[in-house]
Design a protein around this ligand. Sequence first.
Ligand code: MG
Length: 382
Amino acid sequence: MDSKKKKISILGSTGSIGTQAIEVIERIPDCFDVQALCGGDNIDLLVEQIKKIKPKTVCTKSEKNAKLLKSEFSNIKVLFGDEGLQEVCSDKTNDMILVAVSGKIGLKPTLTAIENKIDIALANKETLVMAGDIVMKKVKEKNISLLPVDSEHSAIHQCIKNLNEVSKLIITASGGPFRTKSIEEMVNATVKQTLAHPKWHMGKKITVDSATLMNKGLEVIEAHHLFNMPYEKIEVVVHPQSIVHSAVEYLDGSVIAQLGFPSMHIPIQYALSYPNRLEGVETKSFDFIKAARLDFEEPDYTKFPSLKLAYEAGKKGGTYPVCLNAANEEAVFAFLEEKIHLGDIYKITAKMLDEHNNITNPSIDEIFEQDKIIRQKVKSMF
Ligand code: MG
């Protein structure tokens, strides 16, 4: 029944979330009609996806790749670059857009989609970290749904019935590869040691952020915006088994948590199929006996100072989170290129926040301008 199919477009189809989203969609093809696929540099994978999914529109990063796709797929509309993403997000026939691109390129297309009253499944942290106030205001104004794809926020979304009755959000963190290592081992860790995440397979940038717990800090800022929750009521708890994906405490003392073996298929499918729950990729029953035990501990803020830094930047608001995000990302890139030590990422980010001239209630243009200035400043250090 075609009329019942949800029409969706995917920004970032060749990335980690994008490819898993396609696995979800292939598993339940009667539920979704993919309008557009937007991929990055991995043109071979994009071609493979086009052949399988047969979208009406495709968007690629460069004009060169667009020409290549045009010659191979004459019956498909081929777009490229930022303008291409804008066009995809302006297509009002979409019921939902999955924003799974990484980095700040996700922000403008997301705003365009919201403007066009299209629901969003959000897997792009920068959108809320950089411009949470503007984005959530627009979501309210246009009365659309913005569903989180991040496993922690998906868990919280699944646990919340009435926001007014919530007393606290509890975001869990696996603790990453350095949880049991010394501070010295961590600050001098190699790229390889840092990328060896014990529980989740993700892109390189987010894996480094998971090792420093900056990822958790960015998630705290996201949660603040998504659930309109003051920072004082958002707690991070280290939970090495990654079974409890996050929890919500209510005014009466009840705590509701969402559990499952680590898999991104579940939060992706939940966001895409919301408000329905469908049989999915992970059909195995959760096994409490196999999970055996669940451990929880306080984050070590001395070893993971980036987490505290994110709380501080979030509380200050304005363009502080923009500064945090831009400085951290450029420092992570420098680390991945082996120009700095892992421990330097925090030092650089803290220095940039220290020197930051805040803008309160920034416009989108001011946000992008600050982002650019901060990135240039960090790059000039190496
Ligand atoms: Mg997460």
